[in-house]
Design a binder for this molecule. Structure first.
Ligand SMILES: O=C(O)CCC(=O)C(=O)O
Ligand SMILES: [Fe+2]
Length: 261
């Protein structure tokens, strides 16, 4: 199912029909409900009728010095912590096709999942939610090497966006990583390279290496783009943050002793 040589050489691979429809449905239903919790969090600071009325108000609120924490996250389309901790999102760890892929990729070493995963709701025309080009090692310096699984819960295409891959562009220590002008504090200078995009359906996944440069595309459709992104790693890579040990199904805190071999 996975072409490990292609993945290692290119740092990404789109894989079709990996996650079952039931798992996708339960994740999406939970996130649809949690979206209202996220919107209520924004309502504590500003008035708006519905989601379309909110769009022009997101950037000024995000730039306010009083905006931080869960509010800043949801304005960027990233779910609040309690939604990300919902065990429904861990359902993909029991998906047989995904486990086969991860075992191939990590050569059957014990699998671990960085906790909690990131879940996103990208509102139509919320440009603050489209991430500029970056590689994920920048935000996850506690892990040396990991694989990102980007899991859309809706069909993605050129109109509702999705991930864009800068083919052949990998982490380069000389590259400028921070852009103080960007609300994301990031922006790799990618000149003259167009990101590769592929339409995806619920059930498909995109695997990306922690070193490949990628971005998320704006959502110009009328639909919300729901997605979840997971970071997997394997023995002997350790994490100084919480992670789920897929062998025992337990979430281990940073201070926990390493699991027995
Ligand atoms: O979905 C997004 O907007 C960004 C996702 C991303 O950059 C990632 O999964 O590493
Ligand atoms: Fe990323």
């Amino acid at each position: 199912m996975i072409d490990t040589t292609f993945y290692r050489n290119n740092g990404f691979q789109f894989l079709r029909d990996v996650i079952s429809a039931e798992t996708i449905k339960s994740m999406r239903e939970m996130l649809e409900i949690e979206k209202n919790v996220a919107l209520d969090l924004i309502r504590q600071r500003i008035k708006f009728q519905d989601e379309s009325d909110l769009i022009g108000k997101i950037k000024p609120l995000l730039c306010s010095p009083n905006t931080g924490g869960d509010l800043a996250s949801v304005l960027r389309g990233q779910y609040h912590l309690s939604a990300r901790l919902n065990p429904v999102l861990q359902g993909i760890c029991s998906e047989p096709k995904l486990l086969t892929i991860l075992n191939d990729l990590f050569e059957n070493r014990a699998l671990r999942l960085h906790m909690p995963p990131m879940a996103r709701f990208i509102l139509p025309e919320n440009y603050q939610a489209a991430r500029p080009p970056h590689h994920d090692l920048l935000f996850n310096t506690h892990l040396e090497d990991f694989v990102i699984a980007w899991v859309p819960l809706v069909a993605t295409d050129a109109s509702c966006g999705g991930m864009g891959i800068y083919e052949g562009v990998f982490k380069d220590p000389g590259i400028k990583l921070y852009d103080p002008q960007s609300i994301w504090n990031e922006a790799l200078p990618i000149q003259g390279i167009r990101p590769t995009q592929e339409p995806m359906n619920p059930g498909d996944i995109l695997l990306m290496s922690s070193r490949i440069v990628h971005c998320s595309m704006p959502n110009h459709s009328k639909r919300i783009r729901y997605s979840v992104d997971y970071r997997f790693f394997a023995e002997p890579v350790r994490s100084s943050k919480h992670y789920l040990d897929l062998t025992s199904g337990e979430v281990l805190a940073p201070s926990s002793p390493p699991p027995p071999k």
